[in-house]
Write a protein that binds this ligand. Structure first.
Ligand SMILES: [Zn+2]
Length: 266
């Protein structure tokens, strides 16, 4: 039987979560409503379309995020922060044409940062595309959200960190997302920001609680998208688990709100 005392403190006093990496533009109204009601009042929308042969596909997608989905999320009480970029899994043939467009989105205040970018197979084209976008991040002094794949994770994380160093960007603005026990030390040692995607096959609330000292500088997120088996409520559920596991409230607040706020404020 449900008892009032079972409600962790954080749900009575905070109810103010930031989901720092989503594709919530793919979600149903029902899912967005549940996110809003669960206290997710800010969500980062990372650009991604599964197929983008033409640069125009991503140009339209960037516009759609700003003009359609920002308003749609706000109907459910969620403030959207938009990140635009070229994901390694959907690199158009004429991808270079997108670089000035990404810059324009930032200058016009439509995008807060660059993402989701990163490496999947780490081939020559992907490396070139990532490098140009890291240079843009340095020029505009904005945060980036970088994807690491499910294979060769430590090696690819290492590659991304050294590329960010080589272009001279602020590693405090480099969120390396989809981290897990295999990559967290590399990211912490480089003074980059760990993105903590809580989703099947990756990080779990239990792993975070067990190694809280390693994960305390991270940004919790769901990476939710209708194309994958993800949970739009991953952030509030993880916060609840951490509170129940006895993690200090201030640390839970940092993971589920403050750390992301620091990245997004610039
Ligand atoms: Zn993603």
């Amino acid at each position: 039987m449900y008892q009032k005392t079972d409600i962790p403190d954080i749900f009575l006093k905070i109810m103010n979560f930031i989901d720092s990496h989503t594709h919530a533009y793919m979600l149903s109204g029902r899912d967005l409503e549940l996110m809003g009601l669960s206290g997710v009042n800010t969500a980062v929308l990372c650009s991604f379309v599964p197929v983008a042969k033409y640069a125009e596909t991503l140009m339209d997608h960037f516009t759609e995020l700003d003009t359609v989905h920002r308003a749609r999320l706000s109907e459910y009480g969620i403030t959207a922060h938009i990140f635009v970029g070229i994901h390694p899994r959907c690199i158009p043939e004429e991808w270079r044409r997108l670089l000035p467009i990404i810059g324009e989105c930032i200058e016009a205040g439509k995008a807060k940062g660059i993402g989701e970018i990163g490496l999947e197979k780490a081939n020559e084209t992907e490396i070139e595309v990532l490098k140009e976008q890291l240079i843009l991040a340095r020029e505009y002094d904005v945060p980036v959200i970088v994807h690491i794949p499910m294979q060769n994770r430590a090696k690819i994380t290492d590659k991304i960190l050294s590329m960010a160093n080589e272009v001279g960007m602020d590693l405090g603005k480099l969120v390396v997302d989809h981290t897990d026990d295999d990559t967290i030390d590399l990211i912490n040692e480089a003074n980059a920001v760990p993105g903590l995607s809580v989703k099947p096959g990756l990080l779990t609330p239990e792993k975070i609680a067990t190694n809280i000292d390693k994960y305390r500088n991270g940004l919790l997120n769901s990476d939710c998208a209708s194309l994958t088996n993800t949970d739009p409520l991953a952030v509030p559920k993880t916060a609840r688990h951490l509170m129940k596991a006895g993690i200090e409230k201030a640390i839970v607040e940092r993971l589920s709100n403050r750390n992301a706020q620091n990245i997004l404020k610039g």
